[in-house]
Design a protein around this ligand. Structure first.
Ligand code: NAP
Length: 278
């Protein structure tokens, strides 16, 4: 089984993005990503620092907007302000959100053309309608990896486990747009194992440690593990049991080092796309 190297794929995309950033800067543009952080949360701080580092390497200005004691109304006002600011090209809003706020609710106030993490429900609607839109970076990362790996999608069976707005649904729409035959599974799915075992491409975005074992996997299938589940010793495991999957799968993204680095990189590269179109 091939272990897909997400870090190497992210590095390739970084090199391409540096060139794009240089071209935009040559045109007098300062590509800028605004990262709105509504609450103080340790895991979020870590993630935001990794976005800042990636943006700095590429040449994208990253403005972190750490809010304190904020509520839904103040957060929405900030997102509206950034949406109207011509010097900002990409906007992302980190979770956790203030009490009572939902990502779909606040995301609706991010201008679609700056919505580089696909948080505005309009972006998902546009994806469903086959119109140009930014997909959530994680969903875009799944597709980027499949493209880089040369995984055939046309006419093939793809199964997505998980139907969240941030991962499962947009991944399914993007796979459909590539002419895969797509099945979406969730917590109420009957015969999950049998359905997964028909997949040429299996994308798992559930959030349950090592739910997927060998019998879920068709021999030779490409398996994308989106899950990130903390372990008691401070580590991270995916939704796929890598050791058992290795006996059947053709290729698998590891956790960590698979989807994660590509997702962070895509936030930055989607900001460059937004800046280029501005
Ligand atoms: P979520 O909103 O909690 O959605 C989980 C989905 O899994 C739901 O659709 C749920 O079904 C389904 N599910 C739960 N238990 C199941 C089971 N036993 N069998 C089949 N389906 C089941 O989670 P999410 O935000 O999509 O994230 C999923 C995972 O990806 C998490 O581990 C998260 O940390 C990770 N993630 C990683 C990245 C990254 O960049 N690496 C980014 C985002 C998320 P129902 O709809 O029926 O409840």
């Amino acid at each position: 089984m091939k272990v897909i190297d997400g870090k190497a794929i992210a590095t390739d995309l970084e090199l391409e993005s540096v060139a794009v950033a240089n071209t935009l800067r040559g045109r007098g543009l300062d590509p800028t990503l605004a990262v709105v952080v509504p609450t103080a949360d340790e895991a979020t701080q870590w993630y935001v620092r990794s976005i800042e580092r990636t943006a700095a390497r590429v040449g994208v200005t990253c403005r972190v907007d750490q809010m304190t004691n904020t509520d839904s109304a103040a957060l929405i006002a900030r997102l509206q302000q950034l949406s109207a600011d011509p010097s900002v090209h990409g906007i992302i809003c980190q979770t956790p959100l203030p009490q009572g706020a939902s990502l779909e609710g606040v995301g609706a106030f991010i201008a679609p053309e700056k919505d580089v993490d696909g948080a505005n429900p309009e972006s998902l609607g546009r994806l469903a309608a086959g119109l140009p839109a930014f997909a959530p970076a994680t969903a875009a990362a799944v597709m980027h990896i499949l493209r880089r790996e040369g995984t055939q999608l046309y006419g093939r069976r793809a199964v997505v486990v998980g139907r969240s707005t941030v991962v499962g649904k947009p991944v399914a729409l993007l796979l459909l747009a590539e002419d895969a035959t797509v099945t979406i599974c969730h917590s109420k799915t009957i015969d999950l194992v049998e359905i997964c075992a028909e997949a040429d491409v299996l994308v798992v975005a559930v959030g349950k440690s090592e739910l997927v074992t060998g019998e879920f996997i068709k021999p030779g299938a490409t398996v994308i593990d989106v899950g990130t589940n903390p372990t008691p010793d401070g580590g991270l495991v995916g939704d796929v049991n890598a050791e058992l999957a290795a006996r059947t799968a053709g290729a698998l993204t590891p956790v960590p080092g698979g989807i994660g680095p590509v997702t962070t990189m895509l936030l930055v590269s989607q900001t460059l796309l937004a800046a280029g179109a501005a």
